[in-house]
Design a protein. Sequence first.
Length: 319
Amino acid sequence: MKQGNAKEEGSILGIEGGGTKTSWILLRPRGQKLAGGVVGGSNVMLVGRDGLRKVLREVARKLPQVPSAIGAAFAGARGKKEMEMARGVLRQVWPRATKVVVGQDTDSALGAAWGVEDGFLVIAGTGSNVVGRVKGRKYGAGGHGHILGDAGSGYDLAQRAIRAVLRERDREGKAPALAATLMAHSGAGDLDHLVREVYRGHGKEWLAGFAPGILRAAERRDPLACRVVRASALELAEMAGELAKRVGVRRPRWALTGGLFQNGFYRQSFVRALRGIISGTEISVLKIPGEVGAARMVAGSSLRVGEEFDTERPLVSVG
């Protein structure tokens, strides 16, 4: 496949594939950014081999030059089977790459946050996950997907909000204010229409797409939206606390990443809940994007990525 007009120059491609989007960055060997962008989702459990190939070919068409090294981290890459499938597709799309490293989306984020040191990570986006590294060993909780449990995720927020709206309508005989937000996103004229749209099977990403409106409603102090967001964030915080307790870390340090943590109300709700579970814990927001972490998977943590991303100080403490 032809990719741009430039010759191969030893560039490094970092890819992070999530449920809703796939972010990528192309770097020179010394870390200068050549290009970057976002394409459709590439959770490998959801899109499969053909879907992943389609997404990666879209990335390839956007590259100004062919990468010689690729670091790729994907949601849904739970084991050897998914890793080998992803590696095979990457090799098919970029056959001239001399080095390809594949991991989970949590691997790129852990590397971006803590390098090779111990620490914990909480992801809250379309899905959710909690992972930690203790004495070099990786541990996890959650991340079982939207059907079996993505507590605190965008999908979880949407489910909780729709259920809460329907229950209040059934109890009070009229829809609460939050219903208008949900119907606007779905294009539904009433709640019965909304229910039909949900059961039409639009997919995980469509349902998770309700989350931004729910979060904005919570910031406006809509009472039902506030309850939904706090309950969702609490369950994720409980899962994080349970993992730290299981591995015997009394004062863990946490990095938060994912789209939901960019929302102030959600972030504050989660931090308050986690500190209520584990006192004295250190909590920071990860500022380096996952695609940069993925590039560092193949290039090493010594890779410094320009002025745009402060890889020397990847975390910002939460007060």
